[in-house]
Design a protein. Structure first.
Lengths: 408, 230
């Protein structure tokens, strides 16, 4: 108790220095809590975009399709596979994929046509909810298509405009048709934004003269379900209903992005550590100065029999009190900032669609809050402050009383 | 007054290294201090007064010789034992008072008892009595900056005797106060010596202090030049 009292009073002997140190620690903590929240929010949003809108957790393709995508390489009986997957409780949908040249007016560009059944697809993908303008596919509007954000810009088309598509059908004939732009998607990913045209499955089959089969089956696992276990279920279902396919989790499909997610938390901690190292130098300087100013006092304490351990504790408690103050103030100050970034978010629309590893960020960058949002920055601050204060504390504890008492 | 020596120095030398030069602070010093003595160590600057007090106080290590305090050879004790010896058996009064500026008079006087692990009520009883004894009743809650030099030195004396040490070592205790305050401090120390049997060994330049000492040991060049008992 006396150590605590002494430590507290010692802090206010030079109140300005203590306030500067605590303010720097507070600012570092505040900014790291905010940074952690924004990073968690960004990663969460990217993961949602990636899994809920684009990939799903697991995809099934015909053997060899991924290496050489071709309209002829397809899963022969996708409906049998979908039924088998329904029995396992996993949600799934089939998509048809084919390249075409799309044009509007004088502008043309290559595109990937994706044919789907809206009702079934909505069970698996949230892409229908990510419209920037217009409406999603509707079986009542057979020629309506939905374009990626940048593709619409490249072709300079708006909702209601006509779109011509040209390709080679599977029967060798020239495929061509006139569609109408029904909707334009938000920025989602490099591939979707730049070159994707969604259309109804029947229209896709008509266009490419493709009677059966599908190129991709997207599967969603249940909330909290182990990815490998879900992939195992899909493989079992495929073994009987669709032989000759390969089953891949999204981690196999995009290992680079999987690494980004895995290492993102470590990256947050590295940034936090760098910020805190600067703070550590400030703490070290402040505490060394405080110890240097009080050398005589430490000498007297040692002379009258106060143990080195108690002197060490005194300095450590001074550091701990400053850290506690910074944590208290920093967390209270974080609350309104966290409220803002989690409810309002930051509008990054002005950046013109930012993508990381091909996955687009939402236009409104919102933060997320988890126990780690608070605990991570606090834990690292305590660790760094503890290390910074240890050297001055040891120096004070090891002081020679004679030299210290006569120190000028 | 007791007749048994509580402190015994035998042929004590202390050599400091200053750059490439050896400085002989003590050269074979031999003397005893008996319980209840009121001893002044005097001598010119550099004669070894402070060095001698530091060695007796287990703050510094001698180069050769022997110092025995209450039957314990200081050279045989490790750092922890020396720290405990200082805490339990020796009181210190410094020239510059050296109180903790963030603690009150009461808390400064209480410090050694707290370090010893004495319980709160016992500490309070002992310290309040001591502060009254040294004439600081009512000033318990004042910090050193709110006390005069003489009052600070009284707190230092209270701190030094709080644990009932076998000896109080005082390094020029009146050097920083005026003669009137020095007189009252000496009266206090004499009173504690006379009425409670506290053994005092103090270094001084001050003739006023030497006059009141019952034993005056004069050091010259690190040796006892004279030892006068009155």
């Amino acid at each position: 108790m006396k150590i605590l009292r002494m430590a507290w009073r010692n802090l206010w002997r030079n109140g300005r220095r203590t306030l500067v140190t605590v303010a720097a620690m507070t600012l570092a903590l505040w900014s790291m809590v905010l940074y952690t929240s924004l990073m968690e929010g960004m990663l969460g949003s990217m993961e949602t975009t990636l899994l809920d809108v684009e990939l799903g957790e697991i995809q099934v393709h015909a053997d060899g399709y991924r290496e050489r995508p071709s309209i002829w390489e397809r899963i022969e009986d996708p409906d049998a596979l979908l039924r088998a997957l329904d029995e396992t409780g996993l949600r799934s949908t089939a998509r048809l994929l084919g390249g075409a040249l799309v044009a509007s007016g004088d502008v043309s560009t290559g595109a990937l046509l994706k044919g789907l059944r809206p009702e079934r697809d909505a069970l698996v993908s949230e892409v229908h909810q990510r419209l920037d303008r217009g409406e999603w596919l509707d079986p009542a509007d057979a020629k309506g298509v939905v374009l990626g954000y940048r593709l619409a810009r490249t072709l300079a088309v708006e909702v209601g405009d006509e779109l011509v598509a040209l390709s080679q059908a599977t029967d060798g004939s020239m495929a061509n048709d006139l569609f109408r732009v029904r909707g334009v998607l938000q920025s989602l990913s490099e591939e979707t934004d730049r070159a994707t045209v969604f259309l109804l499955e029947d229209e896709f089959r008509n266009f490419f003269a493709l009677e059966d089969g599908a190129h991709r089956v997207i599967v969603r696992s249940s909330e909290g379900q182990d990815l490998a276990a879900a992939a195992g279920l899909v493989e079992q279902a495929a073994a009987t209903s669709a032989p000759g396919v390969e089953v891949r989790s999204w981690r196999d499909l995009l290992p680079g992005l999987a690494n980004v997610f895995d290492s993102a938390q470590a990256a947050v901690q590295v940034v936090a550590f760098v910020v805190y190292v600067v703070i550590a130098i400030l703490i070290l300087n402040a505490m060394l100065t405080a110890v240097f100013e009080r050398i005589r006092e430490f000498g007297v304490l040692k002379a009258i029999g106060v143990s080195p351990r108690r002197v060490l504790a005194l300095i450590l408690v001074e550091g701990a009190l400053q850290s506690a103050l910074a944590i208290g103030i920093g967390l209270v100050a974080s609350l309104p900032a966290l409220w803002f970034v989690t409810t309002r978010g930051i509008d990054v629309g002005g950046l013109g669609g930012t993508a990381i590893m091909g996955v687009a960020m939402d236009q409104i960058w919102t933060g997320a809050v988890s126990p780690l949002t608070i605990a991570g920055p606090v834990f690292i601050l305590l660790f760094v402050a503890g290390v910074a204060v240890l050297f001055p504390a040891i120096k004070a504890a090891r002081i020679n009383p004679i030299e210290a008492i006569h120190h000028q | 007054m007791g007749a048994e020596p509580i402190i015994s120095l035998r042929d004590v030398t202390k050599v400091y290294r200053q750059g490439s030069v050896d400085v002989h602070a003590l050269r074979g010093l031999t003397m005893d201090v008996e319980a209840g003595e009121f001893t002044a160590i005097c001598g010119p600057s550099g004669s070894g007064k402070t060095t001698m007090l530091n060695l007796i106080g287990a703050l510094d290590a001698m180069t050769s010789g022997s110092i025995v305090l209450e039957g314990r050879e200081l050279a045989s004790l490790n750092k922890k034992e020396l720290s405990e010896l200082r805490r339990d058996r020796i009181g210190f009064v410094f020239q510059a008072y050296n109180l903790m500026p963030v603690l009150t008079a009461y808390e400064n006087a209480e410090m050694v008892l707290w370090v010893q692990g004495v319980d709160g009520p016992s500490r309070r009883e002992r310290v309040m009595g001591l502060l009254e004894q040294v004439g600081l009743k009512g000033m318990e809650n004042r910090r050193p900056s709110e006390l005069s030099g003489g009052q600070q030195q009284r707190v230092a004396i209270a701190r030094a005797i709080a644990s009932n040490p076998v000896v109080v070592l005082a390094d020029e205790p009146t050097a920083n106060v005026d003669s009137e305050t020095a007189e009252t401090l000496l009266e206090l120390m004499e009173e504690l010596n006379r009425e409670q049997g506290v053994t005092f060994v103090f270094s001084t330049h001050d003739p006023q202090v030497m006059e009141r000492a019952r034993r005056v040991v004069r050091l010259v060049d690190g040796r006892v030049a004279s030892d006068e008992r009155r």
